[in-house]
Design a protein around this ligand. Structure first.
Ligand code: ADP
Ligand code: AMP
Length: 216
């Protein structure tokens, strides 16, 4: 099963992706997490990606596509995978489709998690992230058991640099211009599914499971 998570930054893609990946036993691949891991390790890729991320811009397609195709070629992706934060542009989606087609394969589901812009800034300002295992929390709606500490791996939680209000606004602008057209792209392919991201996280998860189990 190959799944794509669509939705604005902060819509809850990563939160749901973790749960789906655990339930269905497929790897959760987040291009944002890959970039952040590289930034943490101080690699050349990390340095390049950081210059775009800190400004709320997208990392160029060429670089992002290379990283993604390399990741999905790994053995653990043979039984399917879940992409979170990729594709973010039409050209990225086209490259992915072409690569899959070559292998006689295709994306099965594109799940759009819908949250209005007004709620996004609030979500992002309370987001706390684990830079070690990628888990995400919210100080009010999804707090960790111990304040500031990741439930899953015990790492200290961080505030993402790109979650500052001005950067979030820029990221939303970029989302509407570059990424939202993907909704139409996948709708035309007949694989778009929409869920209401304003429900609580458990309810969003149940809605997604209902979609995957009905047709999967
Ligand atoms: P994305 O991966 O789409 O950028 P995240 O999964 O990191 O978004 O979620 C953004 C913030 O909103 C996090 O702080 C997360 O804990 C919180 N969050 C996620 N889903 C919900 C929800 N259904 N209701 C309230 N808060 C949520
Ligand atoms: P995310 O963790 O998905 O919110 O991504 C954080 C940042 O990483 C984005 O704001 C972009 O700068 C960059 N990024 C992640 N995925 C992509 C992608 N598919 N294309 C371009 N930039 C990306």
């Amino acid at each position: 099963m190959k799944i794509i998570m669509l939705g604005a930054p902060g819509a809850g893609k990563g939160t749901q992706a973790k749960r789906i990946s655990e339930k269905y036993g497929i790897p959760h691949i987040s291009t944002g997490d890959i970039f952040r891991a590289n930034i943490k390790e101080g690699t050349a890729l990390g340095k390049e990606a950081k210059s775009y991320m800190d400004e709320g811009k997208l990392v160029p397609d060429e670089l992002t596509v290379r990283i993604l195709l390399d990741r999905v070629s790994k053995d653990d992706c043979k039984g399917g995978y879940l992409l979170d934060g990729f594709p973010r542009t039409i050209p990225q989606a086209e490259v992915l489709d072409k690569e899959l087609e070559k292998a006689g394969d295709r994306v099965d589901f594109a799940i759009d998690v819908e949250v209005p812009d007004e709620s996004i800034v609030k979500r992002m300002s309370g987001r706390r992230a684990c830079l070690k295992c990628g888990a995400t929390y919210h100080v009010e709606s999804l707090p960790p058991k111990t304040e500031g500490i990741c439930d899953k791996c015990g790492e200290k939680l961080s505030i993402r640099e790109d979650d500052k209000e001005e950067t979030v606004k820029k990221r939303l602008e970029v989302y509407h211009k570059e990424t939202e057209p993907l909704i139409n792209y996948y709708e035309k392919k007949g694989i778009l599914e929409t869920v209401d991201g304003m429900q609580d996280a458990e309810e969003v998860f149940s809605s997604i499971i209902a979609i995957l189990d009905k047709q999967g």
